[in-house]
Design a protein around this ligand. Structure first.
Ligand SMILES: Cc1cc2nc3c(=O)[nH]c(=O)nc-3n(C[C@H](O)[C@H](O)[C@H](O)COP(=O)(O)OP(=O)(O)OC[C@H]3O[C@@H](n4cnc5c(N)ncnc54)[C@H](O)[C@@H]3O)c2cc1C
Length: 520
């Protein structure tokens, strides 16, 4: 089977690797000069900054991918577990001292103690919350993440039917509402709300099903691959190439060729590249509306007009002289106007969006753990300020956005007590929604992809297979199962499952050879 993969982010690389391991002849075309997509790097003055992912969560999904490739995460990556997992800093109200920061640890027991110390009874409540999260996570892995939802039978299992009531109740309750049933203290509630952001979702309109993320960060732990997240991309690219994948960079695909209702190849630099199967892993909105003629579009512009893109971000990469003991590897700043912040981020582009001031934001300081990412005596800061997916906010070099970045640096200096932060910055770069749109063909400049609200999750999310064109498949954050590196690895496996005719809901035991046009 001759396969063409469009896009060399983690989804494209992982799909290419799995299909090549299963015997396909695979060509991957990436528009940019390097693979990686959202998981990219920028280097300056001996600093190496990651421009995208920085939380290694759901290690089991990475383990599953590398196992299918005949290796292991341990062989491919140098993982360390972070302690503390992260620190949260809260805004001080006018005339009042700032509330104490809260550290979340690598062991659940310690987190129960932390919660109890903040609010009587909250330790026991967190225990219940995490136990429920672990149960939902386990069921999600068995039934809802590794499935293309193309058969009903695998869901007719006693274990799942018995838990149907619990599942349904989690579909129609918001994550914030569920957190509020467990803790009253606003700081603790924000800590339970926050994981929604990993999914490009607001805790106010995301089903409480996603409290499973608290199992992921508090029970399983937060990891970091030494050398940075790009080592994950390099490992997958190397495995793909070892199985024969031809990776073509600086090669944007301009069209998907359809012949007699079948995907017949793609056009790259005015040349047709023939294929039996095409897998689009660039942003699905772009693939569907820009690479396919109207009659072949399963998800035309009218579909996207009704959907909510996940947040975009103002990103700051800052090389800082001297040490920053005030920050942990992961530090979160939570503003008092939390709900208003979310409302400003989870809205459609209207040309009037702006960066919140002050903002709830995230700072990664990987040089805390990894000495290779900054020169000696310096720290490497990646700051992510969620904002609306609205390209009118701008991108690198826009005076308005650079000024907003200055405000963010002032906010960090004040809240984290680093008064001389600005004067210690030795290199700096910013990115905004317009950069995501220009560099990656991102739908409405979203950083993360389609938000995980109820109507945009699981079987309601765009499917991995075109309904109009045979042999055309999709992977990536806008399609099943969703946003984040682990989910994208699962999405790659889902394409394999389609081609193998595998309608099961569980992770694949072992890859079987794909021959001819089987399943396509
Ligand atoms: C700022 C930020 C922080 C994040 N933090 C985390 C985190 O901490 N943990 C986590 O797990 N996830 C995180 N994510 C999400 C995660 O990075 C993404 O879900 C994932 O990388 C998406 O991979 P992808 O392959 O689906 O898409 P992409 O990485 O966008 O890859 C798509 C590729 O397609 C290419 N392309 C576009 N058009 C064409 C064309 N015409 N022809 C050929 N190629 C084309 C693009 O150049 C790109 O390389 C973060 C994302 C961002 C942006």
């Amino acid at each position: 089977m001759k396969v063409v993969v469009i896009g060399g982010g983690i989804s494209g690389l992982a799909t290419a690797a799995l299909l090549a391991k299963a015997g396909c002849e695979v060509d991957l075309f990436e528009a940019r000069e390097r693979v990686g997509g959202r998981a990219y790097t920028w280097s300056s003055k001996k600093f190496t900054f990651e421009t995208g992912p920085s939380w290694y969560l759901m290690p089991d999904a990475f383990d599953q991918f590398f196992r299918l490739m005949g290796t292991s995460s341990a062989e491919q990556l140098d993982l360390v577990q972070l302690e503390p997992a992260y620190k949260t800093i809260f805004e001080a109200l006018p005339g009042q001292p700032a509330p104490e920061p809260i550290l979340i640890h690598d062991i659940l027991g310690k987190n129960l103690e932390v919660f109890e110390s903040v609010e009587k009874g909250a330790g026991e409540a967190l225990g219940r919350y995490v136990a429920s999260a672990a149960e939902v996570y386990d069921l999600a892995i068995k039934y809802f993440l590794y499935t293309n939802f193309d058969a009903v039978k695998p869901f007719m299992k006693g274990e799942l039917l018995k838990r149907a009531g619990m599942f349904l109740s989690h579909l129609f309750k918001s994550l914030d509402g569920f957190a509020g049933q467990h803790v009253r203290d606003e700081r603790l509630r924000k800590i339970l709300d926050f994981p929604a952001v990993f999914l490009g979702a607001s805790p106010y309109n995301t089903p409480s099903m996603y409290h499973l993320m608290t199992h992921v960060d508090m029970n399983v732990g937060v990891f970091y691959p030494q050398g940075g997240f790009y080592t994950i991309i390099e490992a997958i690219e190397k495995l793909a190439k070892a199985h024969g994948v031809r990776v073509h960079t600086s090669s944007p695909v301009s069209k998907i060729v359809v012949s007699d209702g079948r995907a017949a190849g793609v056009v790259v630099a005015d040349k047709v590249i023939d294929a039996d199967v095409v897998v689009g892993t660039a942003d699905l909105e772009f693939v569907e509306t820009k690479l396919l003629d109207k009659k072949w579009q399963t998800y035309p512009s009218s579909y996207w007009a009704k959907k909510q893109p996940g947040p975009s971000a103002l990103i700051l990469m800052l090389g800082v002289k001297g040490e920053l003991p005030q920050l942990e590897h992961h530090t979160l700043l939570y503003s008092e106007n939390w709900k208003k912040n979310f409302a400003g981020v989870f809205k459609k582009a209207d040309g009037k969006s702006a960066i919140a001031n002050p903002a709830s934001l995230y700072i990664c300081n990987p040089s805390k753990t990894d000495k290779t990412v900054a020169p000696k005596g310096h720290e490497n800061l990646f700051v992510l300020v969620p904002c609306a997916p609205d390209v009118s906010i701008g991108g690198e070099g826009d005076a308005k956005l650079e000024a907003a970045a200055d405000d963010i640096i002032d906010q960090i200096a004040e809240w984290a007590n680093i008064p001389d932060l600005k004067s210690r910055i030795v290199t700096r770069k910013i990115m905004g929604p317009a950069d995501f749109a220009n560099d990656l063909n991102a739908w409405s400049g979203t950083a993360l992809g389609m938000a995980h609200s109820l109507g945009q999750s699981a079987f309601f999310r765009p499917r991995n297979k075109s309904k109009k064109v045979k042999g055309l498949y999709y992977a990536g954050h806008n399609t099943l199962p969703g946003i984040g590196l682990p989910m994208c690895l699962i999405g790659a496996e889902l394409v394999y499952k389609h081609l193998a005719g595998d309608k099961s809901t569980t992770p694949t035991e072992a890859l079987k050879p794909l021959v001819g046009r089987a399943g396509a």
